[in-house]
Design a protein around this ligand. Structure first.
Ligand code: BGC
Length: 252
């Protein structure tokens, strides 16, 4: 079955057609920058443009950068605050004219790694950390998703949440070298280790493409690996996560 997977981020909205059985991407990735306002109607319009680009009319699976419970946004993360309380499934289904199912973006990326990537057959507690505008986290215990882990929300120093200090957006905002930023990211991983004691940490999101630049700064006890699907994991995982939801009922 061919499905459209869409990964919504704070800086770009990306989509591709995915084979939902094999997890293969069937097309090039198509990306449109996220509207500066990061507001619901404008973002929904971009998602419609992506479906139109692929001339696609089937169901869409969408990874979304907020807490998502039963399709509803429960905390807007780095998007506009007017997302709070919006039924994202309903809004996107109405605006795009296609059946849209959303799940948290890091949960989606984790799905892809657990099914087709480095997380396959991994038991115990595995956490996918995505580095982008925010720091996302997707947790799996014995392969089962525990939805909406929000490890990027831990307060740190004067920052309301550690992702404001250690995500890719902080690197950009403060003009940090990989060396400087990587140390921050490692500090974040140390908190993750202390709080949830995972068996494996998988690093994904846009910045995982630069793995070589900061890998040497990672110094924690837990095994830390790069998501080899890199930032495609968000798209692939959105498509298969959506399929699962159709088969098994709601994710959360
Ligand atoms: C949000 C998370 C999201 C992460 C990555 C955070 O700001 O709270 O839900 O997964 O950004 O996009």
């Amino acid at each position: 079955m061919e499905l459209l997977g869409i990964d919504v981020g704070g800086s770009g909205i990306k989509g591709a057609l995915v084979n939902a059985e094999t997890g293969e991407m069937l097309t090039e990735r198509f990306r449109i920058p996220t509207p500066k306002s990061r507001k619901p109607d404008e973002m929904a319009e971009v998602i419609k443009q992506i479906a139109d680009h692929f001339k696609y009319h089937g169901p869409i699976g969408c990874g979304f950068p907020t807490i998502v419970k039963n399709g509803v946004c429960k905390s807007p993360g780095n998007l506009h605050k007017s997302w709070m309380g919006v039924n994202i499934d309903e809004l996107l289904t109405r605006v795009t004219g296609r059946e849209v199912t959303v799940l948290n973006d890091a949960d989606a990326a984790g799905y892809a790694s657990m099914n087709y990537g480095v997380g396959k057959d991994k038991q115990g507690l595995v956490v996918m950390i995505t580095i982008g505008t925010g720091l996302g986290s997707g947790a799996f215990f014995n392969g089962q998703l525990i939805p909406n882990f929000e490890l990027g929300q831990i307060p740190y120093k004067d920052y309301k949440k550690i992702e404001l200090w250690a995500a890719a957006s902080a690197k950009e905002r403060e003009g940090l070298s990989y060396e400087k930023w990587g140390k921050r990211f490692n500090k974040f991983l140390r908190y993750v280790e202390l709080i949830i004691a995972p068996d494996l940490i998988i690093v994904g999101g846009g910045t995982s493409k630069k793995w070589k630049e900061f890998q040497h700064l990672i110094d924690v006890e837990t095994d830390v690996v790069k998501a080899e699907l890199m930032n495609h994991a968000g798209i692939i995982g959105a498509a298969i996560g959506c399929l699962r939801e159709h088969h098994h009922g709601h994710l959360s």
